[in-house]
Design a protein around this ligand. Structure first.
Ligand code: IMP
Length: 418
């Protein structure tokens, strides 16, 4: 029986604090893989006082012994990878592998993304990085794959043909057709920089699993942003849930072992779209201030609100979560009262499931007495009773055990329950 991969997945609208847990788990895994999304994701990790900003490169890069895989399900911006991320490291040859089947996210994808957002009556609030247009090209079978960088002249011709086929639309969006020689130079530069990382990562990952290596699958964004199961159309363009790891890496469902769902002790969301527990008053403002809720990728302020147990239960079931890692519990320190959404009111009825559309859904809350402080606590028994009652209710409502509790941004301030 070969090893199964462990998995980390976001249970809310992204930014749940996956970075801290992935960073922690990456220390004990031989292989860390990204399977979906692109450089819309991002977290910063501090090691020995040096700050690293990661968007596409998996967090295992900070474990000197780990191998990192960017799978076929990712849309890869060579520009961002070369000019921003790889610059932070000396060569990652032999440590980083990029799927030849991953799709290229090229500069015009970002231009299309931004132009479409400007033209929409109701913007989605995308990161503007070109994620949607790159996935749209993939699904429309007009995308370009990383493997094509092997032949920059041929790829340039295919890209120029794409511009010619879409001339009217692209001109309307004021997106210029690249000059052929400049485009070939750019693609040759991408090839020179990335060639040593490009390979058949599916085959590589199968071999590593056969050798019983410990593999960690690092989810990006969150369940409620999943293209199929999230708050469509206010979602990202990939499958962010655990099933996405199968198609995004070439695994089968039996390759996936323990799934840890990451959730904040409250909720946040960036961009537009329904968010039933959003708090527009002082409480939401306090969560934003104390939790430093600003996006790492775009710097945008995040919308804040109470823990939504209806959405979390849905997310646990979709992902097959074995446990929840409850992050940023200390941000709720000092509230007189804390709340959990236990049901929704929808079209005059009380419901305990996530309906087709969350627009217009109202939260029904259960209130709890707040606690003074959990900051820096490292043992469950030392948590205040009020915080324990809060955690227990989350377990009951999500039907999932809370196995990890984070009580400060510091790697050390984490309670891991046996
Ligand atoms: P896109 O992924 O740039 O197309 O953006 C679509 C939606 O997903 C927007 O609401 C973004 O704010 C959101 N989104 C994308 N990536 C992240 C992330 O890493 N964290 C939180 N929200 C994200």
């Amino acid at each position: 029986m070969r090893n199964q991969a462990d998995m980390i997945v976001g249970l809310q609208w992204g930014d749940e604090g996956k970075g801290k847990i992935v960073d922690h788990m990456a220390q004990t895994h031989d292989v860390v893989c990204r399977f979906a999304g692109g450089h819309n994701a991002g977290h910063t990790i501090v090691v020995d006082g040096k700050v690293y900003a990661l968007h596409l490169i998996p967090s295992g890069v900070l474990n000197p012994d780990a191998i990192n895989i960017i799978g076929n399900g990712v849309v890869l911006s060579p520009e961002n990878l070369i000019d921003k991320e790889l610059k932070q490291f000396s060569s990652l040859k032999g440590k980083l592998f990029i799927s030849d089947k991953a799709h290229l996210l090229l500069p015009y994808h970002a231009q299309i993304d931004q132009a479409k957002e400007r033209l929409r009556k109701k913007a989605i609030g995308t990161t503007g990085k070109g994620i949607g247009p790159a996935y749209a090209d993939k699904i429309s079978r007009v995308g370009h794959r990383v493997g094509e960088l092997q032949n920059p002249e041929k790829l340039a011709q295919r890209i120029l043909n794409h511009f010619d086929d879409n001339k009217v639309l692209l001109e309307l969006m004021e997106i210029k057709r690249p000059q052929e020689d400049e485009l070939i130079d750019l693609l040759t530069h991408y090839k020179d920089e990335l060639d040593c990382y490009i390979t058949d990562t599916t085959k590589l990952l199968w071999e590593l699993l056969n050798e019983n290596k410990r593999v960690l699958l690092e989810g990006a964004q969150g369940t409620m942003l999943d293209i199929d199961h999230g708050t469509y159309p206010y979602v990202t363009s990939s499958n962010t849930i655990s099933a996405g790891a199968c198609s995004g890496l070439g695994l089968n469902p039996k390759d996936i072992g323990k799934v840890t769902g990451i959730a904040k002790a409250y909720c946040t969301r960036v961009g537009n779209g329904p968010f039933p527990t959003e708090d527009f008053g002082e409480d939401g403002k306090k969560m934003a201030d104390v939790g430093k809720e600003f996006g790492t990728t775009t710097g945008r302020a995040r919308r804040c609100g109470w823990f939504d147990a209806v959405a979390a239960r849905y997310a646990c079931r979709l992902n097959g979560c074995d446990q929840i890692a409850l992050m940023k519990l200390d941000v709720l320190d000092g509230f007189d009262e804390v709340k959990i959404c236990v049901k929704y009111e929808f079209e005059g009825e009380q419901i305990d499931y996530v309906p087709y559309d969350l627009e217009g859904v109202k939260p029904i809350y259960k209130s709890f007495k707040g606690w003074k402080s959990v900051k820096g606590i490292k043992e469950y028994d030392k948590l205040p009773d009020e915080a324990k009652a809060y955690i227990k209710t989350i377990e009951e409502l999500t039907q999932t055990r809370v196995g990890v509790i984070s009580t400060s941004p510091d790697r050390k301030d984490t309670i891991v329950l046996k």
